[in-house]
Ligand binder design. Structure first.
Ligand SMILES: Cc1ncc(COP(=O)(O)O)c(C=O)c1O
Length: 444
């Protein structure tokens, strides 16, 4: 597969064009890019085009794309059926202040797949979906507070990003994890309204939920949080959260923005979880900006007007449920049948096992976690049950960054933190390429 790797200038891989674009971008854009996650040392990579499972940058380097726009491109790049659906819609117009029937098609398809999706309301991102879900939970319960897991990423809404990047200097005692603001300037009131629990700590979660009691609107939970290390969720933990929220009259808000790609009916069906509200995004937009709040009729009715009066949670947006996104999402979800998820599972298993075998041959003390089409490489062997187990020392972080750089040089583009995901465009040859690159990139 070596011939597929990178452009070679005199045998050397070049990033000259990307570097020049970055220098220019920094004149106009703080940090040069509008997405912090694209920043890499010494410069972000500027893309020329993507095709299937591969992307080519402006210097002509080719990479197997194991980022897939942060897990949203489940069909890979430039999928023909999505391209056809989008072009056909484009010929009829891209956005209207009029309702579109394709929104109904995507809504009914999603609601038919997931038992807890009685109603769904679309928005433009996962951040908006989480925000909408929490607003609905507050409006439905008449309560202000939220509990979330330390280290879990849920987008950039104030309450949802608390304790996203806690570290040993500020995360507090293990028995009482602190609520740490993420963005400077976060109001104290936000911090007072957010409680923090550890992933997989059933007793701690129950105690925190009971302590908040009738002030708690919802627990916000991702069943496989990437920043927490893609750990396996323990059944006792999810059972404790579900039971205790019911006991105090709070809602369980599941964040399936990423985990919806784990199965035909989402991770909640695989794991037997019955949430009140779910935030979805990424794959349901077929590569276009999207989000959705779905759930039981009670809390979802907070988005609807009653007797002509304003909804409890008014929602909308200039591009909400625009027909391009809806058409792309529908063309994607129609292709995602049970066989598609089985293929994603098989490929993910092959990658995780292949990485484990490369690690054991190399003899380094590393490990791999993940499920379905998701994997994460960790430069240590601590058993990962929560964020504190997964949190890297500065030496470990540097080692992992070196691995990611070596993977990039070997023609594999990962997300940061050793996180990767596969699309359906991936072939068995591509997996062999990934594993060969990893074998070469691991420290010896
Ligand atoms: C679990 C989770 N929730 C929410 C979000 C926010 O989604 P978006 O980037 O579409 O705003 C993300 C984004 O990566 C995510 O991983």
């Amino acid at each position: 597969m070596a011939e597929r790797i990178g452009s070679q200038v005199g045998g050397q891989r070049s990033e000259a064009q990307s570097a020049a674009l970055y220098a220019r971008a920094r004149q106009w854009i703080p940090d040069g890019v509008s997405r912090a996650t694209l920043l890499r040392r010494p410069n972000p990579i500027y893309v020329d085009h993507g095709e299937g499972a591969w992307v080519t940058d402006v210097d002509g380097n080719r990479y197997l794309d194991c980022n897939n726009n942060f897990t949203s491109l489940i069909m890979g790049h430039a999928d023909p059926a999505i391209a056809q659906a989008v072009s056909a819609q484009m010929e009829r117009g891209s956005a209207f202040a009029l309702a579109c029937d394709i929104e109904i098609e995507l809504a009914s398809l999603l609601c038919a797949r997931v038992e807890s999706f009685e109603l769904i309301r679309f928005c433009n991102s996962g951040t908006e979906a989480v925000m909408g879900a929490l607003k609905a939970a507050r409006a439905f319960t008449g309560r202000p507070n939220v509990i979330k897991v330390e280290g879990a990423y849920h987008g950039t809404y104030d309450h949802a990003e608390a304790s996203l990047a806690s570290d040993p200097t500020n995360w507090g005692d293990a028995a009482a994890p602190a609520t740490v603001p993420f963005a400077s300037g976060t109001p104290d009131s936000v911090i007072e309204e957010v409680g923090i629990i550890h992933f997989n700590d059933a007793a701690g979660a129950r105690a925190a939920i009971e302590r908040q009691g009738d002030r708690l609107a919802a627990v916000l939970l991702d069943v496989m949080p990437s920043q927490v290390g893609l750990p396996v969720i323990e059944p006792e933990f999810i059972a404790a959260v579900r039971e205790a929220t019911r006991e105090v009259g709070a809602l369980l808000v599941l964040d399936e923005v990423i985990s919806f790609r784990l199965g035909y009916s989402g991770a909640q069906t695989l794991l037997g979880i019955d949430p009140d509200i779910t935030a979805v995004a990424k794959i349901i937009g077929g590569g276009f900006p999207v989000g959705g709040v779905a759930g039981r009729e009670g809390p979802m009715s907070t988005f609807a007007r009653v007797g002509g009066a304003r909804a409890k949670v008014p929602s909308g947006g200039t591009f909400t449920a625009n027909p391009i996104t809806m058409a792309a999402g529908y063309a994607t979800m129609k292709q995602l049948d049970h066989a598609a998820f089985a293929r994603l599972d098989d490929m993910g298993e092959a990658v995780r096992n292949g990485l484990r075998s490369a690690i054991s041959k190399t003899g380094v003390d590393w490990q791999v976690t993940g499920r379905g089409s998701l994997f994460k490489v960790h430069p240590h062997t601590r058993h990962i049950r929560n964020y504190r187990d997964a949190h890297l020392s500065s030496d470990e972080a540097a080692e992992l960054e070196q691995f990611e750089h070596a993977m990039q040089a070997g023609g594999v583009y990962l997300s940061g933190g050793g996180f990767g995901c596969l699309s359906l465009a991936t072939t068995d040859d591509d997996i062999a390429h990934l594993l060969a690159a990893a074998t070469a990139a691991l420290p010896s």
